[in-house]
Unconditional design. Sequence first.
Length: 125
Amino acid sequence: MARVLEAPEGSDFYEAVYAFVRRVPPGKVVTYGQVADMVEGMRLTARQVGVAMRYAPPDVPWQRVVGAGGYFPIAKRAPEAMQRQIALLQAEGVPFHQDDPHRVDMAKAQWFPGPSLFEPTEEAQ
């Protein structure tokens, strides 16, 4: 996967991760590994993205980051947080597997950013 988001000079990787996750549209999800691959200028692991998401500020839609295959790694640490994440995603219309209500249907919900992803938004102008 091509790296599309450059980490700001002099900043830690958290802000680069948060900048990418803020761009994920409602009703779509990305994986921890996908986020790690998209941040340019540093090597990140899916686990590091998970740590950043644990401390995400309120304006970061943390619920839109899921494990590979549409699973919820957060369930191991905090089952109640997984239920909250599922509820938030359902409210956004994210599709789940019919045979597994604890798994996002990645074929329908995974987001792949286009080339114009990082153009300034109206809020940033």
